[in-house]
Design a protein. Structure first.
Length: 662
């Protein structure tokens, strides 16, 4: 970048232009003034001369002495300024004339502008005062050449002087401007021009001492201030948008911003898990792989991570070897642990790296958002510290920040494994609990309850097994086994002519399985189960709150020959809207929840309400958890005839049940 017209030149041109115009105006005014002064001087001098000759000349004219008059006129000759003298008679007639020197011609224009030649007219009177009329007029004319020469010399003096002055002034002004403005500006321009691109953003101009208080100082201060603003904005932008160059993953800052955003978007009670993953093999000082190999390995492992996660999971990178996953769907320790184990299995498989097999080792730390007070940084710190603890435990370890969670996840995942294992190993059994007509004590049905063989050889149902199976999804396999087993028992009974109906529990998750009804229909056909003898116990709390969907499902079940009982009735449908649909529901029984029965006869409110509802919609009620004769009597007195509970029998193994009741 070069300057094509310097400020100095522009300023000089302006100053010179203004100077020329002003000087010209000055000179013209002053010239007129001086010339006028000179004309007055000449007129004055000529007047004095005229007065000295007036008297004798008047007398000579009066006497008509021409010779005398001519002599007098010629005597004026030595008065150097005169060019000519005339005596004119009143009629305008020229009487006498004297030319003193041959005058040089003056340019016509000059003569016109300055009204040359200068001349005066003096009247000549007779000496007698009685005659006031002039005898003749004496006309004197100054030498115009002299005036012209004066004009020339005045003009040249003035032009020279003023031009000199203008020159001095414009040089002085130029010097000042050059020192004060042009030079500092040029220095700044050069500094800015030669600035390396990487320094442009943080660049600050130095404030020259002499310019602290002037406009230049103001400009530099403004520039520096703007630079600071740009720098902060730039910092902010780069802070928010930086990604790792190799993987293009969000870095810690960007990831924290995304995490914070997620925290703000989800409800306070929403749980999700943050997972920090260190791939030890990618550690810089590790020495196992070269830089180049590390890059290849990092990309290969990142690919594997991407293949493990769902679309809701956000990946970030904390360092060359540390990755972080925001697992939005990992709302329980088991889910998070399942994901961590999947990552562990995939990432620790051998990777081929240029004739070399590398088996990466990893450490995983996780933190769940259990508490709504945790912010993004807290969560990340927790997950990272869990990862560090996992490292200390040894190779390929997975830990939660909260040790209880690690424990729970392990327990649950073990249980999940045990369930699947147990199904194939025959560790499950259906126990039957009779449903008794409390008037006669005869069984009118049976409920199949799942039992699992315990290490000590006893059979029971671990408290969290169903919930856990639902969460992990093994409930599908478990449910299928239960139905098949129930159908097998029923088919066996029916072959032996026993018509007792059998109830089976179905969980909320199972209800949502797409092919649930189809599977049941298949089983019923396969085992030739009589319509209505298989009953499903649906927990009312399990209703997903979509009446149309539930209605369709229940209709499908009815069509398939399965009847339905609402389990734990009174606990869930506190919804009158739902209650109003009961009439049209294809449901044949209500099971009154155990919690209402066990407080009888002290508190009978709920039992009476449930009995009233059942009465209105004409459904049979089965009272669950009947343990005492008092309870039985009270229920019978209120018209509730079927009861199930320890008063009659707990759930029994099938053989024992058959032995006792058939
Ligand atoms: P539920 O359907 O309410 O089953 C009744 C539970 O009450 C059973 O517990 C039973 O042993 C217990 N019980 C029966 N009579 C009495 C009594 O007089 N007093 C007391 N205190 N309890 C009594 P269990 O077998 O532990 O089953 C618990 C829950 O597990 C069941 O509650 C049911 O919701 C679920 N469940 C059991 N088997 C299955 C199954 O095969 N599939 C599904 N999806 N869920 C099942
Ligand atoms: Ca039940
Ligand atoms: Ca129940």
């Amino acid at each position: 970048m070069r300057v094509s017209r310097s400020l100095t030149i522009k300023q000089m041109a302006t100053v010179s232009g203004v100077a020329v115009v002003t000087i010209s105006v000055f000179i013209v005014i002053q010239l007129f003034h001086f010339v006028q002064q000179r004309r007055i001087d000449y007129a004055q001098q000529m007047e004095n001369v005229a007065h000295t000759v007036r008297q004798p000349l008047s007398q000579a004219v009066l006497k008509a002495d021409i010779g005398q008059a001519e002599r007098i006129l010629n005597s004026l000759k030595p008065a150097g300024i005169l060019a000519r003298a005339d005596v004119v008679l009143p009629g305008g007639l020229q009487a006498l004339h004297a030319d003193f020197a041959p005058t040089k011609p003056v340019p016509k224009l000059i003569a016109k502008i300055f009204e040359l030649p200068v001349q005066i007219t003096v009247p000549l009177y007779s000496v007698e005062p009685s005659n006031p009329k002039p005898l003749a007029l004496l006309v004197l004319q100054a030498d115009s050449w002299r005036v012209y020469q004066f004009i020339l010399s005045a003009l040249s003096t003035m032009v020279t002087t003023y031009l000199l002055l203008a020159l001095i002034l414009s040089v002085a002004i130029s010097w000042c401007i050059n020192r004060l403005i042009v030079r500092p500006l040029r220095r700044i321009a050069v500094e800015l021009r030669d600035l390396p691109p990487q320094e442009t953003i943080a660049h600050q101009l130095k404030l020259p001492d002499r310019h602290r208080d002037d406009e230049l100082g103001m400009m530099i201060r403004s520039y520096n201030h703007n630079q600071q603003i740009i720098e902060t904005v730039h910092d902010e932008m780069s802070r928010l948008t930086t990604r790792f160059a190799l993987t293009n993953l969000p870095n810690q800052t960007l990831f924290l911003a995304l995490l914070e955003q997620h925290l703000n978007a989800v409800a306070e009670k929403d749980i999700f898990t943050l997972l920090v993953l260190r791939i030890e093999t990618l550690q810089e000082a590790n020495g196992v792989v070269t830089d180049e190999q590390r890059d290849v390995l990092a990309l290969a492992l990142l690919d594997k991570i991407r293949n493990c996660i769902d679309s809701q999971t956000v990946i970030g990178q904390l360092s060359d070897s540390d990755f972080v996953l925001l697992m939005k769907r990992a709302s329980t320790p088991e889910r998070a642990m399942r994901m961590a184990r999947l990552l562990q299995i995939r990432l620790t498989q051998a990777v081929a790296l240029q004739q070399m097999q590398v088996r990466p080792t990893i450490s995983i730390g996780m933190a769940a958002r259990e508490d709504s007070h945790l912010n993004a940084q807290d969560l990340l710190n927790r997950a990272a510290s869990a990862m560090m603890s996992a490292r200390l435990e040894g190779k390929n370890q997975i830990l939660f920040f909260n040790p209880l969670m690690t424990e729970r996840a392990h327990r649950r995942l073990t249980q999940e494994h045990d369930i699947l294992q147990g199904l194939s190993d025959g560790q499950f059994a259906l126990f039957l609990q009779p449903q008794i007509d409390m008037r006669s004590g005869q069984p009118v049905g049976a409920e199949a309850l799942l039992r699992m063989r315990q290490p000590d050889g006893s059979w029971s149902l671990p408290e969290d097994l169903i919930v856990n199976a639902e969460e992990s999804g093994v409930i599908t396999a478990l449910g299928r086994w239960v139905f098949e087993e129930a159908c097998r028992v029923l088919a066996d009974w029916q072959k032996r002519g026993i018509t007792l109906p059998l109830s089976v529990n179905i969980s909320a998750v199972q209800l949502r399985e797409a092919d649930r009804v189809a599977h049941l229909r298949e089983l019923i056909q396969q085992y030739q189960i009589k319509p209505g003898s298989l009953m499903l116990e649906i927990t009312e709390t399990a209703q997903p709150g979509e009446p149309e969907l539930v209605l369709r499902l229940l209709n499908d079940l009815q069509q398939a020959g399965v009847s339905v009982a609402l389990d734990d009735f009174g606990m869930g449908y506190a919804n009158l809207n739902w209650l109003s649909q009961f009439k049209s529901l294809p449901v044949s029984k209500l099971k009154m929840d155990r919690s209402f029965v066990c407080i009888l006869p002290e508190d009978d409110t709920m039992v009476r309400i449930v009995a009233a509802i059942a009465d209105i919609i004409k459904l049979d009620v089965i009272a669950e958890g009947v343990e005492t004769c008092d309870q039985r009597d009270w229920l019978l007195a209120r018209g509730i005839q079927i009861g199930q509970g320890y008063l009659y029998s707990e759930a029994l193994p099938v053989a024992q049940f058959e032995q006792r009741y058939f």
